[in-house]
Design a protein around this ligand. Sequence first.
Ligand code: C2E
Ligand code: CA
Ligand code: CA
Ligand code: CA
Length: 275
Amino acid sequence: AKNAGRNRHAWFDQSMERELQARNETERGLRAAVPAHQIVPYFESQIDLVTGRLAGFEVLARWEHPTRGLVSPDQFIRVAEEAGLIGELSVAIMRQAFTAARDWNPALTLSVNISPAQLKDAWLAQKIIKTLTETGFPANRLEVEITESSLFENLALSQSIVASLKNQGIKLALDDFGTGYSSLAHLRALPFDRIKIDKSFVASAVENPESAAIVNAIARLGDSLNLPVTAEGIEDAGIEARLRQMGCARGQGYLYGRPMSIAQVRRMLAEKRLL
Ligand code: C2E
Ligand code: CA
Ligand code: CA
Ligand code: CA
């Protein structure tokens, strides 16, 4: 029995060791990936639910890995944050996205995701504004999505970053609303322009009455605060119809298509005569 225990320990150590190795490998790869332009922006369509027209895109990071293929952000954003690489990665994605999108139809907006860790960088606003200036993408077509209670870790700094952004005409969205990372108190702490409902509520809104009630309550909240609401994770027309009824302004999700590369967006926009 003693032996078995020792073996179990050895096995446990080995598996932890392997996990640590994999993480270190990701970190090492990521360090090289940004300068090698392997981190690229993908674009998810956002639809105006009233007119049914394309309103803009959410920018989503992808890693074009030389051997692993297209890697999703769930597998590297956390590592980038922990390794102190998220700021550099974020600017690289914005630079590519802004450069591509400045030639698209001027009515189309871009939304970018900002990690909580980035709100501790006193230079964040300057970095975003500099990237806009360098690429020529207009500030009033950019929306920044932020989440999480770490806003309150340094609320004064978050507020001053946000003030600088809004001063330039950049919009501010509260992402993943309702998931516990974003709370009602955030709505008062910062001058948001939009609320985004997380896909975990949206996806189940047709079959689950509680989800539907939560989505409806968020839509009513947006209404009374005069904040347009975007619903993410719309996968079928039934949910889309419900959300439109509830007064959601915008929607995004697989119903409208998967996130696209720059080349795919250009092709889609050319077909719609929106280039
Ligand atoms: P998020 O901000 O909540 O983004 C929405 C996620 O839901 C995206 O996953 C999107 O592809 C996915 N999604 C959209 N519509 C549907 C749908 O109809 N059904 C389902 N099942 N999923 C849908 P993705 O691209 O894997 O991104 C995951 C998360 O990674 C994002 O969640 C965001 O928090 C983070 N992320 C992505 N890009 C960046 C970035 O450039 N910077 C930072 N800091 N975080 C990023
Ligand atoms: Ca988002
Ligand atoms: Ca998010
Ligand atoms: Ca979400």
